[in-house]
Design a protein around this ligand. Structure first.
Ligand SMILES: CC/C=C\C/C=C\C/C=C\C/C=C\C/C=C\C/C=C\CCC(=O)SCCNC(=O)CCNC(=O)[C@H](O)C(C)(C)COP(=O)(O)OP(=O)(O)OC[C@H]1O[C@@H](n2cnc3c(N)ncnc32)[C@H](O)[C@@H]1OP(=O)(O)O
Ligand SMILES: Cc1cc2nc3c(=O)[nH]c(=O)nc-3n(C[C@H](O)[C@H](O)[C@H](O)COP(=O)(O)OP(=O)(O)OC[C@H]3O[C@@H](n4cnc5c(N)ncnc54)[C@H](O)[C@@H]3O)c2cc1C
Length: 670
């Protein structure tokens, strides 16, 4: 036991940089680090937030436990008079999916984004004080991605000055909204607005669905839970629900009227605000999900890295620091490094691109407030594309981390199966990842077509202004070290991205209609969108390194991580880089050489690099990822805690095992 604990201490002593300074870089600022650290410890030390029994709870127990925690969170927020920032950290570290995620994450933002000032003054205080609990009811049984295809209707009745909300078909039943099944009292419902016999398309409406007195559904409302979801624990603590309306009436002023409104006379009036602002809550949540992807991936990487340093398999026997013969740490296998270190680099890359995206979103909101809508298309493309890229990579990465831990990774107590089950739906919710990439490609094709009109591309598409150069430039790498030059890397990624996009744009012209072209070429368009989004991540990582980064050795580690992130992408997408002529086969081989050498450079720092995430053992929820590395005794201890080990002879023995054994024995004797 002693020796295992020593392993991680020895690993930590090898670090070539200041972990404390890296913690601040990871958190984003000294202030963010201090607040999150304080709240993480507060949660970890409070038995009310225990979560180590989730895997063995039944659905009903799990759901009730999530309700209890959500109520306790609210109590602690008020008792401690936490600020909004502290309260968010508290919800985050409690790490239990419940209705509060949708209430704070979607219901409140939808009201802020789509309601008029007057409507906000009425509804926000109620929501902020939890006098009402809200959900975001957009998706239906028949349509999720195709929002324009939603079927729920909101028909204006001029006589009573009300909207009649109705579910005309089974497929129009709302399906999936979190917190809807058993908890929410109110919902922002997306429905087709019909007035004067005309259908004006999908709009948002604030609808009360349950009584605030006895919690029963209001007349005309049918509501329930949609059933168990993938994995034990994970999303089963939350009541994703269904909802049907039978001519439910709401006052006219409960239509969210920032984008457009209906007058007392039933006239539909558009404002000067673009209709896409109706989708504003989705843009908001997509940028949060990018930050969430870096957190989910970094959790998995932290577990897999620490365990890989503890775990030993095969020889040649090495001598440990006490001169004893020991097997090889699995982290020293090059195959383990080539699977794990790019994931560590990706966690950092996603962290920084998430930070930038938050800035982009804040900037968008400031502009929108000043009636400047010019950056909305880019913000939509960036949030959609980066949400897609980072969640797909993080979900795959978590699964890889589980395999990197061998058999023990499959144990619930490793924390990895539940982390995977809880994160993988991020590839679907808030927009299916492929559908979102197609939105990015649409934006890219539009940008390319506008180049011919002389319109200057801005922001993340600014590189397209250099299309002539990027289409014909040749990569200058001659030796492996040349791949450490950020401008060489950047140009290779820009060349690959623009060449894929331009090829799509050219091929699109060969079809009878753009619609036909988009449909036939959609796999190529998705690849072009991925290349563009990877370029954004690469360029934001490089930009981060150009900032003033303090702390002993911190910048050097980040440079190595950045190199690994970029070179591994080249390695994985070699087909793209070679087929577009962005690099040559010889340069690809030099990139692989350089990548291998970066792994060796990073090796002694990896434990410290995952320590810099500053995750408590409570938050990690993993025996394999424990800070002290004391894995085996704790695994043994956890095994004993399983309910099956409550009795020596299992339930069912007398009914099913004993008679069987007896019968077989008798048969044998006959
Ligand atoms: C402490 C806790 C607090 C908070 C936590 C908050 C959140 C959770 C964060 C982390 C996760 C942790 C736990 C998760 C828990 C729960 C899950 C959370 C949320 C899930 C909720 C949902 O899933 S809600 C439902 C989401 N649904 C979708 O995303 C549907 C996807 N489909 C669409 O978006 C659209 O239909 C479409 C874009 C695919 C197509 O739309 P449409 O046909 O109308 O459009 P067009 O293609 O014709 O485009 C018209 C033009 O509009 C542009 N456009 C489209 N969308 C937008 C937009 N959003 N913004 C701006 N512009 C947009 C489009 O590009 C077109 O432009 P053109 O110039 O080309 O004409
Ligand atoms: C855990 C979870 C929580 C959720 N929470 C909420 C919530 O709170 N509120 C809410 O309103 N919704 C919620 N949703 C619903 C979610 O937003 C939708 O599931 C999501 O938008 C995808 O839509 P869909 O299910 O209709 O998939 P579909 O669109 O049916 O996708 C099925 C397949 O078709 C493909 N496809 C679809 N359209 C195209 C296209 N145009 N081109 C190419 N391929 C296409 C997709 O790539 C996918 O492979 C939640 C979903 C989950 C899983």
């Amino acid at each position: 036991m002693e020796r295992i604990m020593d392993h991680l201490a020895h690993e930590r002593s090898k670090a070539q940089f200041s972990v404390e300074e890296m913690k601040i870089i990871w958190a984003g600022s000294l202030h963010a680090f201090q607040v999150s650290d304080r709240i993480a410890r507060l949660v970890a030390s409070d038995p009310g937030f225990r979560k180590d029994n989730r895997a063995v709870l039944s659905r009903k127990e799990l759901f009730k436990s999530a309700l209890r925690k959500a109520a306790y969170v609210w109590k602690r927020i008020n008792e401690l008079a936490l600020s909004e920032e502290e309260a968010s950290w508290l919800r985050f570290y409690v790490d239990e999916l419940a209705y509060a995620y949708i209430h704070w994450g979607m219901f409140v933002p939808a009201i802020k984004g789509s309601a008029t000032e007057e409507q906000q003054q009425k509804w926000l205080p109620l929501a902020n004080n939890m006098q009402i609990i809200g959900t975001y009811a957009q998706t239906e049984l028949g349509h999720g991605s195709n929002v324009r295809g939603l079927e729920t209707t909101a028909t204006f009745d001029q006589e009573t000055d009300e909207f009649i909300i109705h579910s005309p078909t089974l497929t129009s039943s709302k399906w999936w909204p979190g917190g809807l099944g058993k908890v929410a009292t109110h919902a922002v419902v997306y429905a087709r607005l019909i007035t004067d016999g005309q259908d004006y398309g999908v709009h948002g409406f604030l609808v009360q669905i349950r009584s605030l007195d006895d919690h029963f559904p209001l007349p005309g409302v049918t509501v329930g839970d949609i059933g168990m979801k993938f994995g034990s624990g994970a999303f089963n603590s939350i009541d994703n629900g269904f909802l049907r309306f039978n001519h439910v009436r709401i006052p006219r002023n409960q239509m969210l009227m920032k984008v457009s409104r209906v007058t007392r006379q039933g006239k539909y009036v558009e404002s000067n605000v673009p209709k896409q602002l109706l989708y504003g809550a989705m843009v908001y949540v997509r940028q949060i999900i990018v930050a969430d992807a870096s957190i989910a991936l970094s959790r998995a990487v932290c577990i897999a890295t620490r365990y890989s340093a503890v775990r030993r398999q095969f020889g040649p026997p090495h001598e440990d620091e006490n001169g004893k013969g020991v097997e090889t740490q699995v982290i020293d296998y090059k195959t383990q490094q080539s699977r794990l270190f790019p994931l560590l680099a990706s966690a950092y890359a996603f962290r920084f691109v998430g930070e930038w995206l938050k800035w982009l979103y804040t900037d968008l909101i400031q502009k929108l407030e000043a009636n400047d809508f010019s950056t909305l298309p880019e913000a939509h493309a960036c949030t959609a594309g980066l949400k897609s890229l980072t969640t797909s990579a993080a979900a795959d990465g978590i699964k890889e981390c589980w395999k990197l831990c061998g058999g023990h990774g499959y144990l619930s107590s490793s924390g990895l199966p539940e982390l995977y089950a809880a994160f993988v739906p991020a590839c679907t919710y808030e927009g299916d990842n492929i559908v979102l990439l197609l939105q990015v490609s649409r934006f890219l094709m539009k940008t390319i077509s506008q180049l011919q009109t002389g319109k200057k591309p801005i922001g993340t598409t600014a590189y397209m202004a250099h299309v002539e150069h990027l289409i014909q430039c040749r990569c200058t790498v001659q030796k492996a070290e040349d791949w450490l030059n950020p401008s060489v890397i950047l140009e290779a990624f820009e060349a690959r991205a623009i060449r894929l996009s331009v090829a799509c744009a050219e091929n699109l012209t060969k079809f009878a209609t753009p619609l036909q072209g988009f449909s036939e070429l959609s796999p190529d368009l998705v690849e072009a969108a991925v290349a563009h989004c990877q370029l954004i991540v690469v360029s934001k990582f490089i930009e981060k390194l150009q900032q003033n980064i303090e702390g002993n050795g911190v910048k050097q580690q980040l440079e190595t991580l950045c190199n690994i992130y970029c070179l591994n992408l080249i390695h994985k997408h070699l087909g793209d880089f070679l087929s577009t002529g962005s690099i040559s086969p010889k340069q690809a081989s030099l990139a692989s050489d350089q990548l291998r050498s970066r792994y060796s450079k990073l090796r002694s720092n990896v434990i410290a690099l995952v320590d810099a995430f500053n995750y408590t053992d409570h938050f990690l929820g993993s025996v394999l990822g424990r800070y002290d590395g004391n894995v085996y005794p704790k695994l043994y201890e956890e095994a004993w805690k399983d309910p099956l080990n409550d009795s020596i002879v299992p339930d069912g023995y007398h009914e099913y095992i004993q008679p069987l054994l007896k019968q077989q024995l008798q048969n044998a004797r006959l």
